[in-house]
Design a protein. Structure first.
Lengths: 428, 1235
């Protein structure tokens, strides 16, 4: 249950010894007062496939895929935070790093299977067989609800799957999803060709049936009728207008870039309407075929993916800041696992779970550009290793969710994260 | 030399002598004829090959035979006979292993197994379980050395593996050598090897000198391979005279073994296997004018035709048809009728005598893999073997294939199309034979759309061959599709037939069990049915009796006092105390009756009451309840006052009128309810119309009887079983608790109305193919390090009402069950001792720094193994013992014992849990709730429950019998109510069934049924050309009903791996509480309404498409042919809601449809026909990483979203109105609620 955490403690002691007494990590002490940030929303960007930290947020000396010399694929550049470097393809994000912390020492043990690692990085747990754990999006939605009664708490811009779902928390903590920014979520946006005229005729027909129905006092039937009403309201123009990204100024849309950028822009619009948690999948695998899963030749166009991420995230930070939303909106970037500094026989990279980068931005945190340090080829953490539960606890704390509390699966208490502690350094 | 490849191919090999039990010779195989010890062969084993013989080896007779193994997993296998097996060697035992070997080529670095026991890769056993083995191995280009490998018993040695390698070696390619090796277990110095009779030393080069106990278990003895037949461990070449001795043979004996004459050895080229000559096979018993299909398993290779001397298994199955066309092969069943894997590769033949037109003819063959077509002895066409494994994602997208000739049906995806020519003599009937190799190591056993066609006389088309004088039919979509549907139907019939025939082998077993059940039932009579005037149905009598009793009891009580007690006091006690002090009696205290409560309470004196003291206590260790916040002060005050006033415990107040039975429902309501409850879909228009018009007295009973025989009943139940048993198949990698698709086992069993004791037994015995849909798939649990504990938990909650969820990691806080209970059950299931894995341990930190003692206890020590044992005798009333042996096939098998103890007639818990589950399905609430966790729970109607369970046992565990009892009762046919669920068992009366919503599957199936559409989203798979085994990439077939959907597995988040058509359906299913990814059993689906439910019906793609009067759809036909708006409105009400419209509804909807009705159909000349869009390329796992794959699949998504086009015959203005009416019927709450 808690093997990750125990491992982390054991790991810390050995790492400390090895490094000759590096200071203990800056984690919140469980005995001390609860840390609670002030963020109100989360935009969580998911990089499916496994973003290689050494080619992005934790660059090291350059390697060579031809001679299979381990190292970064690209040159590094300086950023607004002294001493913190990024891959050269983050030209737009580099000047904004004062709002960003790349957590470079995230680690876990699931690397063989994308689906399993996706589960780990959404629920913070391994598969149990006796309980289906909720995703972090569902946890935040469950704890904080929607920020407006005219919005759902949790929207997914990506493909639905169980690891993004509410697990034992039930459908109220679940997501609405869309795979297309020009369209509202499945079930709450009108089907193609249904004009307002047709919709009103439909509702009129429906009211004929409702008026003729036998009156009832049964709560189940009345509750379902209430759900019909609510669904008609949410699928009406007010909430669905959020999905009209075309309303935004052309300049701004261009700044965000392509389809992925538009997803990020849509996320901001959803934040404005009161959605609590938005997960955005960066899944456009036509760019290099594999997405971030850059085995073999998949790596050849990896820089395109990085640049797209750079454009979209920097635009999102700038835009949120301009609208005074940055402090109340935590941006999170996560991925299944990282990738090793070594190259495979065809120049790509395999998987690495023992050290990789996840990113936090905005959300009113005291950003540091980077947190945690890996060794000279980013193969292992050398200071401040951050377990997945700790990373999740940090997200919880940032949005004012009690990361120490238990959730209940029926009678069974389930710690909200797998007993993680937030990175206290980000809350000073 | 006989070489008999039967269905189970057993080699009878020649005996040197029958081995006596006390002889040091354990076994000796000469491979010359009928050896006394049967070996099962697998893979490329060729017998009758030339062995070592005179003159080179003068001691060996001329004509000595040997066997040849292909080095790719070919092997001979001998099952262990159990405890007394002479092949088991323990510490102190002497062993000598010897064999004649002749290597075929040089496999450097890879050990080649001559013979060994254990390490077969059988998952039933520990991985490190080699008892002993003789291998040869070479390092690099060096000589072949002898290698002895064994594993030690866990804990007996620091290293699990020990290996000895000889110093000397022999050349690998210069003919026959004799090798031998002797060892006394426990004495590492005793080892000695011989090559060609000469002794030699060696070294322990792995795991050090091995004096520890060897690992001994019941794994098999294999000759020629190990580890599931991996090529890296397989012997390639010839073997003869393999022997095992229970003695250490000496140098003298060994020297005598090898005598060779002649000069130095020379490397002679090995005779390379030669392909057998290609001759058209002779096939007897081909029925006149029919196509004969035959199948044989165990074909030597999928990449080539047979070599000389090779054979395949004898014919396994045959059937006849009319056409040279085949979309799929039939299912394979095991001897119990459970789906099983085919032994691949296999040879499929289509044979017929065909009257072909005379003269030169052009013939077309479409086939997926290696195939050849014969006509009159002539080889006319051949297709190639599949030899290349496609990559994971980077295969180029295959463009849509152009039809070979205009109008011709396109060949299937990655289907080869080849042509040949043949000249037919005038007046002659030709023998046509197609041979096809199907399946293989990395190939699914699929044929693709196989066909043989002949060019038409005009050269412009092809016509599919048919047997005899039939003309054939054109190879066009229009002609082929109905034929394919017919073939599919006949193969499905064949599957049913084969399955039921095989299942009849269980008849004796079943009869034995059911005779015992009847015996039990008469020895243990059911509670008597209350005699109540005017009530004939036993269920109604039990229900009424309880109502009578409650009314009578409440008559004597002070209503105000009773209301206070039952409204305020009892809920307080129940909420805060009964978890532990209900039927469970924690700390020896029970509080759920006045009598027992008085042990902790002094009536009239709250201060003297332990209960009150504990509620007030500030001491964390004393205060009750033990977890959570203390009870509020004002609530404690209420309790105090109640105690002070005398602690009255009156009977519950009931209002006779309120709990009286509700009126029976109307025919229309009954019709819809009973259809949904049995076959899972509403009646058709005709069925509804006929039933409503029927005036006969017993029409409800007749309908019930008819529906209970309807095979669609199985469809309606599968989802329930999938939830209960956590069925969770993965289309891609096994991950996240995935299992095999044992949905098919469930469906087959339900269709055959298998008695539930038998079905549950077969489930637990994990039979058939894991990946093919056998119950074996239930045994899988990906990413679970204690799969059998997980399965034990599922079985206990499903069939025994015992919830062991907590026991995985610790003893249950609110139950009496312990970790030991769960792991003993897991051990019975796994057939070996099992311990709790690391991930199932409560973290050490949990117990530190706590205010009070933790409620949970960890009682199993880490690493402690628990023996198989039945620990539920007390809970179930079924104790283990010799008495159950007579109900079993194999009383020694702990897994069968577990299945038997669960399903035996004496296990009243099983019978009651099952009938309670059935009851809940139809009545909405169980007599016991929750249905999976009975500990400490009372039944609302204990006698009825017991009576029904008795009926179940006495009537052969036939679920339909119980369902029939329930459906024919008035209790079922009354108006629905709410409140049964919330009521305590005592106050649950079933005055009517609980209001129920349609299940998710019923919603989807009803949508299709009501709109007259067939669910058809293509094949649910990511592999469309069969080029991966099922274990790696599943297919779940072509879903026809909602239960056949599954989790779509797009955790990779790739548009190219999205399945848009399937998604439209899972969107609806998921909104209504279905889960495709069942990581754990779902005891109760979430039934809370949420905004997505009406949302997905109102706006979702599925309803948008189904409610459309699309081209040539049922709805379009209805609209075009309707005589009047009235008729159309009535029809649609009957179809969607199974009732006629009310007068007001009729009026309003008819009026709306009246406008434009007369003019709704566009004159035929003005209709613009629909042009079907061009087909798109197939996107699969193999090509999904290509840019184009994403583009194509996005285009597919757009098409799915758009749906099929509207029927061009209807004017859009009117048509949309009609569609909006249908939409409103679907979106009315009535559609999703059972009346």
């Amino acid at each position: 249950m808690d093997s990750v955490n125990l491992n982390r403690r054991q790991f810390i002691s050995s790492a400390t010894a090895a490094a000759g007494g590096v200071a203990l990590p800056a984690f919140a002490d469980p005995a001390e007062a609860l840390i609670q940030g002030k963020a109100e929303h989360v935009i969580s960007i998911w990089l499916g496939g496994g973003m290689g930290q050494i080619d992005t947020f934790d660059p090291k000396r350059k390697g060579d895929p031809k001679t299979r010399k381990p190292g970064s694929y690209y040159d590094s550049i300086d950023t607004a935070v002294p001493g913190v470097q990024l891959s050269e393809h983050f030209a737009k994000l580099a000047p904004l790093m004062e709002h960003v912390t790349a957590v470079r020492t995230v680690n876990h043990t699931v690397i063989d299977e994308h689906a399993a690692a996706t589960n780990r990085m959404h629920t913070g747990r391994t598969i149990s067989g006796t309980v289906t754990y909720p995703s972090i999006g569902s946890i935040i939605s469950h704890e904080r609800g929607a920020a407006s009664e005219n919005a759902p708490p949790y929207v997914l811009i990506g493909y639905p799957n169980v690891t993004r779902g509410p697990g034992f928390l039930g459908p109220k903590a679940g997501y609405l999803y869309t795979t297309n920014t020009s369209q509202g979520p499945a079930g709450l946006s009108r089907a193609d060709g249904i004009t307002p005229g047709r919709q009103s005729r439909r509702e009129q027909f429906l009211s004929v049936l409702q008026k003729n129905a036998r009156p009832t006092e049964e709560s189940r039937l009345l509750n379902y009728d209430a759900a019909i009403e609510e669904s008609l309201r949410l699928s009406g123009p007010e909430f669905n207008r959020a999905f009209e990204v075309g309303e935004e100024p052309a300049d701004l849309r261009n700044q965000y870039g392509g389809e992925f950028g538009q997803r990020c822009l849509l996320s901001r619009r959803l934040v404005e309407r009161g959605v609590r948690f938005i997960e955005v999948a960066h899944n456009l695998n036509f760019m290099n075929g594999a997405g971030w899963d850059v085995h073999h030749e998949g790596i050849l166009d990896q820089h395109e993916l990085i640049r797209e991420l750079d454009t979209a995230v920097s635009a999102l930070i700038t835009d949120l800041k301009a609208k005074s939303l940055l402090d109340k909106t935590l941006i999170v970037i996560t991925t299944e696992f990282g990738r090793p500094p070594e190259f495979d026989a065809r120049g790509g990279r395999a998987h690495q779970g023992k050290a990789f980068s996840c990113v936090l931005a905005g959300g009113g945190l005291s950003h540091k550009g980077a947190f945690g340090e890996t060794d000279e080829l980013s193969k292992n953490p050398v200071s401040d290793p951050v377990g997945v539960p700790d990373f999740f606890a940090t997200i919880c704390a940032a949005v004012g969710v009690n990361y120490r509390k238990n959730l209940y699966d029926g009678d069974r208490p389930v710690p909200i994260t797998d007993r993680g502690n937030p990175i206290v350094a980000l809350f000073s | 030399m006989k070489y008999c490849r039967n269905i189970v191919c057993v080699l009878f090999l020649n005996a040197v002598a029958v081995v006596a039990a006390d002889s040091p010779l354990v076994a000796h195989w000469d491979f010359d004829g009928d050896d006394p010890i049967d070996l099962v062969t697998h893979g490329g084993v060729i017998t009758g090959e030339v062995g070592p013989m005179a003159p080179e080896f003068p001691d060996l007779p001329k004509g000595n035979k040997a066997i040849r193994l292909d080095g790719k997993g070919a092997r001979l296998m001998l099952a262990d006979t159990g405890k007394d097996s002479r092949f088991k060697f323990r510490k102190g035992d002497p062993i000598t292993l010897e064999a004649w070997v002749n290597l075929d080529g040089h496999k450097s670095g890879a050990p080649m197994y001559i013979i060994g026991k254990g390490r077969t890769g059988d998952p039933k056993f520990d991985k490190d379980n080699q008892n002993w083995s003789l291998r040869v191995i070479s390092s690099g280009s060096g000589p072949m050395q002898l290698s002895f490998l064994f594993a030690t018993e866990p804990g007996s040695s620091t290293a699990p593996w020990h290996r000895w390698t000889s110093n000397a070696g022999f050349a690998g390619d210069d003919g026959w050598h004799h090798i031998a090796l002797a060892f006394r277990f426990g004495d590492p110095k005793s080892i000695r090897g011989w090559i060609d009779g000469k002794p030699g030393d060696g070294r322990w080069d792995l795991g050090g000198e091995a004096g520890a106990k060897p690992m001994v278990d019941d794994d098999a003895v294999w000759i020629g391979s190990a580890l599931n037949g991996s090529s890296g461990n397989s012997f390639q070449g010839w073997l003869d005279a393999v022997a095992v001795h229970r003695a250490v043979l000496d140098d003298k004996m060994m020297a005598a073994r090898f005598k060779r004459v002649g000069g130095p050895r020379v490397v002679t080229p090995k005779p390379q296997p030669k392909l057998a000559p290609e001759v058209m096979p002779k096939i007897d018993d081909v029925p006149a004018d029919r196509v004969l299909f035959t199948m044989a398993e165990g074909f030597p290779s999928e990449t080539r035709w047979m070599n000389e001397g090779e054979t395949h298994d004898k014919e396994f199955m045959r059937w006849v048809g009319d056409d040279f066309m085949l979309p799929r092969i039939p299912l394979r069943h095991d001897d119990w009728g459970i789906r099983q894997s085919w032994k691949v590769p296999m040879l499929v033949r289509m044979v017929a005598d065909v009257k072909l037109p005379p003269g030169k003819q052009k013939i077309m063959l479409r086939a997926r893999a290696l195939g050849r077509l014969w006509i009159d002895g002539q080889l006319v066409a051949r297709t190639k073997a599949i030899t290349v494994q496609p990559p994971n994602g980077e295969e180029p997208v295959t463009p849509v294939r152009e039809p070979t000739l205009p109008g011709l049906r396109r060949a299937g995806y990655h289907q080869q199309e080849v042509f040949g020519e043949v000249t037919i003599e005038e007046g002659k009937t030709s023998r046509v034979i197609l041979e096809l190799v199907v399946g293989g190591k990395n190939l699914r056993p699929e044929t693709g759309e196989l066909c043989v066609a002949i060019q038409t006389e005009d050269g412009e088309s092809y016509s599919v061959l048919q047997a005899g004088e039939r003309e054939g039919f054109p190879l066009t979509d229009e002609a082929v599709e109905p034929v394919l549907a017919g073939i599919e139907e006949s193969i499905a019939e064949l599957d049913d037939l084969n399955r039921r025939r095989a299942a009849s082998s269980r008849k004796d077993f079943r009869e034995k069990r059911h005779a015992a059940a009847k015996e039990w039932a008469s020895a243990n009579p059911a509670p008597p049915v209350p005699k109540i005037k005017g009530i004939s149905h036993p269920i109604d009598a039990f229900v009424r009796a309880k109502i009578f009793r409650a009314v009578a009891a409440s008559a004597g009580t002070d209503l105000k006092q009773a209301e206070h007690f039952h409204g305020k006091i009892l809920p307080l006690l129940s909420e805060n105390c009964f978890r532990c002090h209900g039927e469970k009696e924690k700390g020896g205290l029970k509080l759920d009756s006045r009598e027992r409560l008085l042990e902790a309470v002094t009536p009239g004196d709250p201060k003297d009451s332990e209960l009150i003291y504990r509620l007030h206590s500030d001491d964390e260790d004393e205060r009750m309840p033990p977890t959570g916040e203390p009870i509020a002060k004002n609530e404690i005050a209420l309790l105090e006052k109640w105690i002070e006033q005398g602690t009255a415990w009156p009977s519950p107040p009931v209002d006779a009128a309120e709990i009286a039975e509700r009126p029976l429902i109307s025919d229309a309501a009954f019709l819809r309810r009973v259809y949904l409850d049995t076959v899972g879909v509403p009646p058709t228009f005709a069925e509804a119309d006929a039933f409503l018009a029927d005036k006969s007295q017993n029409k409800r009973e007749r309908l019930i009887n008819r529906l209970l025989k309807d095979e669609r009943g199985a469809d309606n139940w599968v989802g329930y079983w999938q939830d209960m048993l956590a069925e969770n198949p993965a289309l891609l990698n096994q991950s996240q608790g995935s299992t095999g698709p044992f949905r098919f086992f469930i469906h087959d069993s339900l269709r055959d109305n298998k008695p539930l004791d038998q079905m549950v037994t077969e489930l637990i015995l994990l039979k058939g193919g894991k990946y093919e849909g056998g119950s074996a798939g239930f045994g899988m649990a990906a990413e679970n390090d204690a799969p059998f504990a997980a399965k034990g938990h599922i079985v206990a909650s499903a069939f025994l009402g015992i919830e062991l969820q907590c026991a995985r990691c610790h003893d249950s806080p609110y139950h009496s069950t312990t970790q030991r209970d769960l792991f003993s059950l897991a051990a019975m299931f796994e057939r070996k001792p099992v311990g709790a894995p690391k991930t199932s341990q409560v973290p050490a930190g949990f117990f530190e720094n706590r205010d009070r003692k933790a409620l949970i206890k960890v009682t199993l020590k880490p690493g402690e193994k628990v023996e198989p044992k039945w620990r539920f005798g007390k809970m179930t009333g079924m104790a283990d013992g010799g008495a159950v042996d007579r109900l079993m096939d194999d009383p020694k098998d702990s897994r069968e014992r577990m299945a038997t103890l669960i399903t035996a007639p004496g296990n009243q818990r099983f019978a009651q849990v099952v009938v309670n589950r059935i009851w809940k399905r139809f009545m909405g609430v169980g007599m016991v709730e929750p249905i999976h966790d009975w500990e400490g729970k009372k039944a609302s109607h204990p006698e009825l429950l017991e009576w029904l369970a008795h009926q179940f046992v006495a009537n052969d565990f036939n679920a339909n019998y119980i369902i029939g009892l329930i459906l024919t009762s008035d209790a079922y046919q009354r108006q629905a109510i709410e409140g049964n669920l919330a009521a305590s068992p005592e106050l649950r009366f079933f005055s009517g069934p609980e209001r129920r919503r349609l299940t998710a599957e019923q919603v989807v199936d009803s949508l299709f049924a009501a709109t007259g559409n067939q669910l058809d989203i293509g094949e649910l798979t990511f592999v469309h050309d069969g080029k991966r085994p099922l274990s790696n990439r599943q297919t779940l077939g072509f879903p026809r009903r909602a239960w056949m959907l599954a989790d779509l597995n797009n955790e990779r988040d790739r548009p190219s791996l999205a399945l848009p058509a399937a998604r439209t359906i899972t969107d609806v299913l998921e909104a209504f509480g279905w889960k495709g990814a069942r990581q754990q059993p779902i005891m109760q689906r979430n039934l809370d309404p949420n905004v997505l439910q009406p949302g997905i019906l109102a706006n979702g793609t599925l309803v948008a498409g189904l409610s459309r009067a699309s081209n040539q759809s049922d709805l379009a036909e209805l609209a075009v042919n309707a005589a009047s708006p009235d008729e159309l409105v009535e029809t649609m009400f009957l179809r969607v809601l199974a009732r006629r419209p009310t007068a007001e509804e009729q009026k309003q909807f008819s009026a709306a449809l009246e406008t434009g009705f007369a003019d709704r159909v566009i004159p035929a000349v003005e209709v613009r026909p629909i042009v079907n869009p061009e087909p798109l390329p197939q996107i699969t796992w193999f090509n999904h990483q290509r840019h184009e794959a994403t583009k194509v699949q996005n285009a597919v998504a757009r098409r799915v979203q758009k749906g099929s086009p509207a029927d061009p015959r209807l004017r859009p203005v009117w048509r949309e109105k009609f569609e909006d009416m249908i939409w409103s019927l679907i979106n009315h709450r009535e559609f999703v609620w059972i009346p």
